[in-house]
Every structure is written in C-alpha cells, then in structure tokens.
Write a protein that binds this ligand. Structure first.
Ligand code: T1G
Length: 701
C-alpha cells in the first residue's frame, strides 16, 4: 500500500507531507503514518525542526467521517496528537485550503501555525452533531479565549487566516509559496532558538459561570433541539476550570455522548446525503456541460427577483423580463430593498449594492434574450401563461440555450412540448425566498438532455444551492408531499384541535413554524389560487373538508399577515400571531355543518398525522422513481420546508422509528378514519419494506 504520509528533509528541517485525496482526511492509514513519520523525525538527531503540511487542495479537513458509527480503529487521533505535541522538537503546521475539525486540532498540537492568506480554519464538528474530540475544546480556548472559541465551535463556521491570526489561532499569514515560507519561518525559529510552545501548557483565561449562562441564552434559538452545542459549552467550562488532562477526559466523555446521539447520526446522514444528491446515475464526470455566462429571468415578481439575485451574486449578468417597465421597476426595487437590509446589518456596502444592481438588465423585449445561455421562467402559476412564454422563448433564444421553468407544480413535459427543443427544457424549482432557501429541485423532463441536467446540477452548487433531481409529477417531490401534511392539519381543525395547538406541537417537533403560521406568512391566497387553477383543470379535491378552512379564510379576505388576519389575528400590524376568536367560530360552524364530532386530539396523533403522510407519500415518490433515493427526499424537506436537520429528514426519521411502526400507525388511521379518499392507504413500498423488516436506506430501486 503506497504511503499517504511522507518524510523528507531540507537540511535540518523535516518535512512531513500528507497526500490523501480528496481532503487529506485523517483515516487510519494517515494516522498510523503520521505517527511513524513524527517518531522517525524525533529519533533523527540531524532533525532540528519539523514542518507538517499537505499536498492537494487542502490541509487536513478533519477526521475520516466514514469511520464514525463503526468500531474504532487504532491508533486514534489523540495518539497522533500526543506524538506531535510530545515530540521535543519545534513543530510548525503549514495550512492551506480548509484546516477543519481534526485537521485544525492537529495544527493546534503543533508549536506554531503558518497559513496561506486564502486558508480557512474551523471546528465544524457541531454540524455533524459532534464536538471536537481531539483536544480542540481544550486547546482553542487556551489560544483565543473561551468566548471566541465557543463562537467558532458552536457556529461550526470556518474563519479566515487573517481572522485566525488576529485572535491568536495562527501565528503568521503568508502570500508566498507555502512550503518555502514555512521553511524560512522554521529556519528563523531555529536561529532564534524559539521555545517549544505546547498549547496544553498555556492557561485558559477564567470565565465566570454567569458568562457561560449568558452564552447559553445567546445561542438558545439557533441551538433549539440540538444536542452538541450544550456539550461544547460544558467542555469549554472544563477547559477554564480544570487541568488540561481533566478537561481532555471531560471532552472525551462528552464526545462519546454526542457520537451516540440520534442527532449526530441524523446530521452525519445529511452530510453524505448532500454529496450523494449530486450523483445522477446516467450522468458522470465525462458528461459535457454547457457554459452559462448570461441568464434571463422572465417575471420580475418575488420569485423572479430572488432567482435573479442568485446569479448576480456570482457575477453573472441577468436580463430581467416582464410585461411592463413598471413591473420591472417594482421587481428591481424589491431586490434593492433586500440588499439594503444587508447594508443596514453591515454585511454589504453601497458600492457592493451598486455593483450587483448593475448586473441586472431590465427589458420588456424578448428579442433581447437572443444571446442568453439560460432562461428561467418565473411567471404566474398558470399553464397557458407559461406555454405562451415558452413559445416566445423558443422563437428568440439561440440554439443551445437552456429553457427552465420555476413552476412549483405544473407539468414540465407539457410546457416543453410547445417548443421545438424539449431536450433543452427542464424545471428549476426554487423555494421562496429564492435568494435564501438552499433547495433547488432540478426537474428532469422526459426529453431533457443529459448535458442540460449535468449543467443544472453543476450550476446549483455554483449558486450555493442543494440541487435535488426530481421526475415530473404534480408537485414534484416537496409540494407533492406537502399536500398530505396540510390536509391532515386542516382536518384536525375540524375535529377539535386549534391552529395554535397544532402549530406549537409542530414547532416543538423542530420545524421553525407550524403549518398555519407558515400559511399566514406565505399567504393563504397562494395555496387557494393554486387549488382554484387545479379545479379549472378538473383536479378539485373530492373531499369538501380538504383545505376547507383555508379556502373559507381566502374567501373572507383573510390572507394572513399581509391582511393582518388569517388563521391568526395580527393586531396593530404586528407579525406575532394571536389566536383568532373569529376563526375559532368559523371552524365550529363548519364542523357542525359537516356533523364532525369535536374531540381532544393528543400530541402523538397530531404529530403522526402531520408527519406520517410525508413518509407515506415519500415512499410512493421513491417507488415511482420521481426521487432517486430516500436521502434526496430528506434533503428536500430539510432545505425546502424546515424539517429539523437533527431528525435527518422524513425518510431517515421513519427509519429511526422503524418502518413497521409507521406502517402499523397508518393502517390504524385507515381503519379509524376510513379510507374514502385513500388518505391512509399505505404506500406499497412502505408496506413491503415494513413487512420485510427493512429500511428506506436499504432500498435500491
Ligand atoms: N471525512 C471523509 N470524507 C470526507 C470528509 C471527511 N472529513 N470531508 C469531505 N469528504 C469527502 C466528501 O464526502 C466527498 O466525497 C469529497 O470528500 C469531497 O468533499 C476528531 C471528530 C472539506 C470543505 O466536518 O466541509 O474531525 O462525494 O464534495 O465542496 O474533532 O468536504 O467525492 O466521494 O464536500 O470542496 C470535521 C467536512 C470532521 C469537514 C470540502 N470536518 N468536509 O468541500 O468537497 S469530524 C468536517 C467539508 C472531526 C475531530 C472531529 C468539505 C470541505 P465524494 P466535498 P468541497
């Protein structure tokens, strides 16, 4: 087996280089060879100093996450750390790329740290439901102070090399070639007889219990439901109040707790799911992609403006099209307002705003789109309007231009069929607000060309979206599953639950908002208009109870926050929802009219009737091949609808509960509520896997 870690010498300086693509993760072989090389350098009397660096795109980016959840493999990372720190000779870490997690912990075991200006360092373990487990919670507070260390570990966000230098996590930032700079720096250290500086011997500044309590309060909202952030705080409390070794023991105890937590299992599932989603079976590295240098967005409304922002953010000019200059001006004003919010928070300057706005080219003439590489249609959710737009695009856009619709439900193949180029047509379904939500459903039409899909998946990463491939069906993956969730929430209103009761329980489950608060925020009119359009096309629900209250509110003009009344009341223009006596009365009247007996509905029923329809429909979507894998469905619901990441997504959550339990509950609801409309018909795939004792994760189509 070829070496992944090599030891060479430059005069009296040992150069230990890690070369383990793609990210120099600390696999068992890397750990073993690091110990071998550091031990050899220690024993070599000609070696006065040691430099640790990496080849490839980054310094060590962390422990090898693929090893988690399996029996531990020795040597463990702490053995590597001890070998470095106890070497007896000055050790310099030379950082480039992203020195993260165990990688940065290894760097902190060195005496000195040198970084390329473009390098970043961080301890993102919290994003995997973990805490740093190789001394990071004990060394970082000693280097930078307890509170700055907490900010780095609880946020999980990397910091720049210059920021790291400013707070003492890195000693020197260089613009020269890294290894040469490291050699020069080590020669200087040796010439100055610079001392060994084991971080473990530094003292961590004292921090009061009140400061930790204050810190807990400051992160309470972002840490809600998560397991690891509190354990990070406890580990740092140990760092400032115990000996290094006692603190290290405390860290170990807390790390094991986190590693075994269902939250960490869920978050590690999502880490790999995000990377898996980019892999499309019939698309590979050789699939060509198209160059996207100019984009057009048709429709300057809320969605169109948000979509345009994604592209100007990465320097791609966007022609923004609408039917009138006034409509475009309104759209541009909304975009500018979004940027001015960032300006007020100090995240942008006026110059930044002007630069971005200059990339927006307004036009009402389709003839101006003849040179664009990609058009994204974001017009009103009406098939005739969309077909008319695609006919025009087909007539003016150059050969090879990609034509995408942002439709959230309509048939992409039907839209493609009005063009002479269905191979260039696809769906790019953004989620509102389109400049914020990370999910992008890439909808593959029957005729969509492979290079168009490959381009779309590559582009999604460029605009910092999580691209998930979907087949064509009503609602694609997310909105198709959303229907059952909203339906059951609405039915429970008629049966005796209140909007605030359901919303509170869904919030406690981990969503940022419950279904009724979301509806009031997005606008009850949005869903009602989609249902109106569907009814025109003959797709009205056969169940008059389905979305009954939502439709009644729409008819009453209670659209939600924008009308200061929806499922809730919003007094004095406040955004805080207040229970509405008017809505309570409306529900009672409708329930009585329908002869629905009111009853107390318990937490278990409310949660399972909201969540299990997601799982059931997700199983159908998986079996039909609309989604390529169960983990793709998880990514859709976490990044498009706020499903709590620490539960892994609806399909992962179902696997953690056990599919048999989900299946039995669905059968019980079918037998209890009746199955006139098929609401509780178990999906065949769910039934099959449940009865075979299998999981969605094991399912391969
Ligand atoms: N272990 C194993 N594989 C990893 C990996 C890791 N740490 N990081 C990335 N990969 C794989 C990834 O699955 C993908 O594989 C390929 O590398 C390229 O990744 C003890 C316990 C470094 C910023 O959390 O943030 O250290 O799909 O597509 O967009 O305290 O990868 O090609 O087969 O993401 O350029 C802490 C996780 C671990 C960093 C590069 N470290 N990685 O992003 O490439 S826990 C992390 C990232 C730990 C210690 C604790 C990113 C990146 P494939 P990619 P990228």
């Amino acid at each position: 087996m070829n070496n992944l870690v090599t030891l060479t010498k430059h005069n009296s300086i040992a150069l230990i280089a890690v070369n383990s693509p793609p990210v120099n993760a600390l696999s068992q072989q890397v750990r073993s060879e690091l110990i071998e090389c550091f031990t050899a350098a220690q024993k070599d009397d000609d070696v006065a100093g040691i430099i640790l660096h990496c080849q490839g795109r980054t310094f060590i980016a962390g422990a090898d996450i693929t090893e988690f959840g399996k029996p531990p493999l020795s040597p463990d990372l702490n053995a590597v750390i001890s070998t470095i720190e106890g070497n007896g000779k000055p050790v310099l870490a030379a950082l480039h790329g992203t020195a993260l997690g165990g990688g940065f912990e290894v760097a902190m075991a060195c005496d000195y740290r040198l970084a390329e200006r473009s390098a970043k360092v961080g301890l993102p373990e919290v994003l995997l439901g973990l805490i740093p487990g190789a001394g990071g919670t004990q060394r970082l507070p000693r280097l930078v102070g307890a509170i700055p260390a907490l900010d780095i570990m609880v946020s999980g966000k990397p910091i720049s090399a210059s920021k790291a230098e400013a707070i003492g996590a890195v000693d020197k930032v260089v613009d020269d070639e890294l290894v040469a700079a490291a050699i020069a720096y080590m020669e200087r250290l040796l010439a100055d007889n610079a001392p060994l500086r084991p971080v473990r011997n530094m003292s961590a500044e004292h921090v009061s219990e009140d400061s930790f309590s204050e810190y807990r309060r400051s992160i309470a909202k972002q840490a809600r439901g998560y397991f690891a952030p509190e354990r990070i705080i406890q580990a740092v409390q140990a760092a400032v109040s115990s000996s290094f070794d006692d603190g290290l023991a405390k860290e170990r105890e807390l790390f094991i707790e986190c590693l075994k937590s269902p939250e960490s299992e869920a978050l590690r599932h999502l880490f790999f799911s995000e990377r898996q989603a980019a892999k499309i079976p019939d698309i590979n590295a050789d699939t060509p992609t198209r160059t996207i240098k100019q984009v057009a967005v048709v429709g300057a409304g809320t969605m169109g403006g948000g979509i345009a922002m994604n592209f100007i953010q990465i320097g791609i000019p966007v022609r923004i099209v609408d039917i009138s200059h006034e409509a475009i001006e309104r759209g541009l004003a909304t975009i500018r307002k979004n940027y001015e919010r960032a300006l007020s928070k100090g995240k942008m300057t006026e110059a930044d705003i002007e630069k971005l706005m200059s990339l927006l080219i307004p036009t009402i003439n389709y003839s101006d789109l003849s040179e664009v590489d990609l058009v994204i249609e974001a017009a009103f959710e009406n098939m005739q309007i969309k077909k008319e737009i695609f006919r025009k695009l087909d007539g003016v856009c150059k050969q090879g231009a990609m034509l995408a619709t942002n439709t959230s439900t309509l048939d992409v193949d039907e839209i493609a069929a009005v063009t002479q180029r269905p191979a260039d047509v696809l769906g790019l379904h953004f989620f509102s607000p389109a400049n914020v939500m990370r999910l992008l459903e890439v909808v593959r039409g029957e005729h969509t060309a492979l290079d168009v899909l490959a381009t779309a998946m590559k582009l999604s990463k460029k605009i910092n979206k999580i691209g998930v491939m979907s087949g064509v069906c009503f609602g694609f993956i997310g909105n198709r599953m959303l229907h059952g969730y909203g339906r059951e929430a609405g039915l429970m209103l008629l049966e005796g639950a209140t909007p605030e009761q359901i919303d509170k329980l869904v919030y406690d489950f981990g969503f940022p908002m419950g279904p009724f608060a979301v509806s009031d925020l997005a606008g009850n009119d949005v869903g009602a208009k989609v249902r109106e359009e569907r009814a025109k096309d003959g797709f009205a629900s056969k169940d008059e109870r389905d979305n009954l209250i939502s439709d009644k509110l729409y008819q009453l003009g209670r659209f939600g926050q924008k009308t200061a009344a929806g499922f809730y009341n919003y007094e004095d223009g406040a955004r805080t929802p207040q229970p509405s006596p008017e809505v309570k009365a409306l529900i009672a009247v409708e329930a009585q009219r329908l002869g629905i007996e009111q009853r107390e509905i318990d937490t278990e029923e409310i949660i399972t009737r909201c969540i299990y329809p997601l799982i059931n429909e997700g199983a159908r979507i998986l079996e039909e091949g609309i989604a390529l894998r169960a983990s793709d469905i998880d990514l859709v619901w976490i990044n498009g609808y706020g499903f709590p990441p620490y539960r892994g997504g609806p399909m992962f959550y179902a696997d953690q509960i056990g599919l048999r339990k989900v299946y039995d509950t669905i059968c019980r609801y079918r037998d209890t509520f009746g199955n006139e409309f098929g609401y509780w018909e178990p999906a065949p795939l769910l039934e099959k896997l449940a009865l075979e004792g299998k999981s969605f994760a094991e399912y391969k189509k």
